[in-house]
Ligand binder design. Structure first.
Ligand SMILES: [Zn+2]
Length: 58
């Protein structure tokens, strides 16, 4: 079983899932909000949240 996190940003009211930015350098790969640019480690407006999911497939 593997658990993983999905990150969301609430800057527009509705939660929007963060996606990894394919253009950032690999060593700083972190999901970011396409609308406001917030990331889990840079969240000045506290709009970031996450849910943990568990994968039972393995
Ligand atoms: Zn946002």
């Amino acid at each position: 079983m593997t658990s993983y996190r999905k990150w969301f940003c609430h800057c527009k009211g509705q939660p929007r899932e963060l996606v990894p930015d394919p253009y950032v350098e690999e060593d700083s790969l972190e999901p970011s909000c396409l609308l406001c640019g917030a990331t889990p480690s840079s969240d000045p407006r506290h709009t970031i949240s996450y849910k943990e999911y568990e994968d039972y497939s393995d």
